[in-house]
Write a protein that binds this ligand. Structure first.
Ligand SMILES: [Zn+2]
Length: 441
């Protein structure tokens, strides 16, 4: 192994003064704009329609005038042109590339990821894994299947860091939790990169097998979890239950977002070397100041492969105000949920994450599955379905839940206990009322 810790350790860019970071990002954005205008028909047409020439974009306010687009627009273009490469990809036919698929509730589209993309995004991701404690010589369990864009980036950082790696059989679906337990027990990794819902599935499988999760995770020093937001209390509870040194939550999407928790665990530092993040007002589209919740719009700063410029991720998030205790200058953000999961209850806008934060204040309910029942009609009350806790007085807990929700979210709540949420609802935090009624008959 040639690489040494000193050779691959991240540089000091994460401590650059704010002004230097702003200048750096502005330069990257301008370069990217000129590139997409010259090379990519999808953007050239959009910019022309909006009457914006890259040379006229001098400030971030100018940049904010460029119309956003969403997955619907991407799917529409794929259908209209009948091809995956519809004009937002820089394709160099002679360079090797990976074609990834992004699936999800909204439909599937494709990412064209050439070697230069893999190098730049992978090198950036190395910093995130370094923050989470991955070091040369360690053994890492990687959970992302080979076709996933995260695996493409992870393979790069694995090479650069010189770590050995283990891949469990099967993808990160809960039904494969048993394979993951067997692999962790046999291969004894130091570091685990995993999807959070899978971590919960592993815990459930440990309970079924009657094994102590801390015994399974005995060799693991730290875990990097992605794929769903974790509240501070649920993180602490997971650290205790698994007996690991720490758990870090990463935020990211294949279209370009990379953000990562530091050891302070107060939001996710945005990786300004590879992406630019805006939070915009869902109605007016105007950028929102730090502390306000709105739509997360991202721009990749890597000018290779599929390029997403002012892409509306359809997530709800906030840029967190103030500086982080860790001393890193990269701004911090939080993502709460998909915009589609936002509920309006008697004038309050709420996502299941807000409810989770309240439930986690009760030690009996930390990490217990729950769901919010959404009605097709106007909702005056919050209706919750919560898995019965193993201990505690249910009536008393119910009163405490109602008090917490009223105090912190300003909503009245109706609540029911379930022995166990049906398998198909695991990890689904918003259930439509008609499905719920159907399931109860
Ligand atoms: Zn920090």
């Amino acid at each position: 192994m040639k690489s040494s810790a000193r050779h691959v350790a991240p540089d000091a860019m994460d401590r650059w003064p704010e002004e230097r970071l702003a200048r750096f990002q502005q330069r990257k954005i301008q370069r990217l704009l000129r590139h997409v205008y010259a090379r990519l028909p999808f953007y050239r047409q959009r910019l022309a329609r909006a009457k914006i020439h890259p040379d006229k974009v001098k400030t971030l306010s100018d940049f904010a005038r460029i119309p956003t687009f969403s997955k619907q627009d991407v799917l529409h273009e794929i259908k209209r042109q009948g091809r995956f490469d519809f004009g937002l990809e820089t394709i160099e036919r002679s360079a090797p590339a990976v074609l990834c698929m992004t699936s999800g509730t909204l439909g599937s589209c494709f990412l064209y990821l050439p070697r230069k993309w893999r190098a730049l995004r992978g090198d950036s991701l190395l910093r995130a894994y370094w923050w989470a404690g991955l070091r040369p010589g360690m053994r890492m369990l990687m959970a992302a299947p080979g076709w996933h864009s995260l695996a493409v980036q992870e393979s790069r950082l694995i090479e650069r860091l010189g770590v050995s790696y283990v891949v469990p059989w099967g993808t990160f679906l809960p039904r494969n939790a048993g394979n993951f337990i067997d692999t962790i027990s046999d291969a004894r990794p130091d570091f685990v990169s995993i999807f959070l819902p899978m971590l919960y599935a592993i815990l459930a499988e440990c309970r079924r097998r009657g094994v102590n999760p801390a015994e399974v995770f005995r060799s693991v020093k730290s875990i990097l979890a992605v794929g769903a937001p974790m509240t501070p209390r649920s993180r602490q509870q997971l650290v205790r239950e698994l007996g690991v040194g720490d758990i870090f939550e990463g935020l990211g999407n294949p279209e370009g977002l990379t953000a990562m928790e530091c050891a302070s665990h107060c939001g996710h530092h945005i990786f300004v070397d590879c992406c630019f993040v805006e939070i915009i007002d869902p109605k007016s589209g105007a950028p929102l100041p730090a502390g306000q919740r709105g739509n997360v719009v991202i721009t990749t700063l890597i000018p290779h492969g599929s390029i997403f410029l002012r892409y509306d991720t359809e997530d709800l998030g906030t840029i967190l105000p103030g500086a982080c205790a860790c001393g890193k200058s990269w701004p911090r953000m939080e993502v709460y949920d998909r915009r589609a999961n936002e509920l309006q209850i008697s004038g309050q806008r709420i996502v299941p994450y807000d409810v989770r934060v309240c439930l986690d204040e009760l030690p009996e309910l930390v990490n217990l599955p729950f769901a919010v029942v959404r009605s097709e009609t106007r909702m005056e009350r919050l209706t919750l379905l919560i898995q019965k806790p193993a201990s505690g007085n249910l009536e008393e807990i119910q009163v405490r839940i109602a008090n917490l929700l009223s105090k912190q979210l300003n909503v009245e709540a109706t609540q029911e206990w379930a022995e166990e949420l049906p398998q198909r609802w695991k990890g689904v935090t918003v259930i439509e009322e008609k499905d719920w009624r159907g399931a109860r008959v």
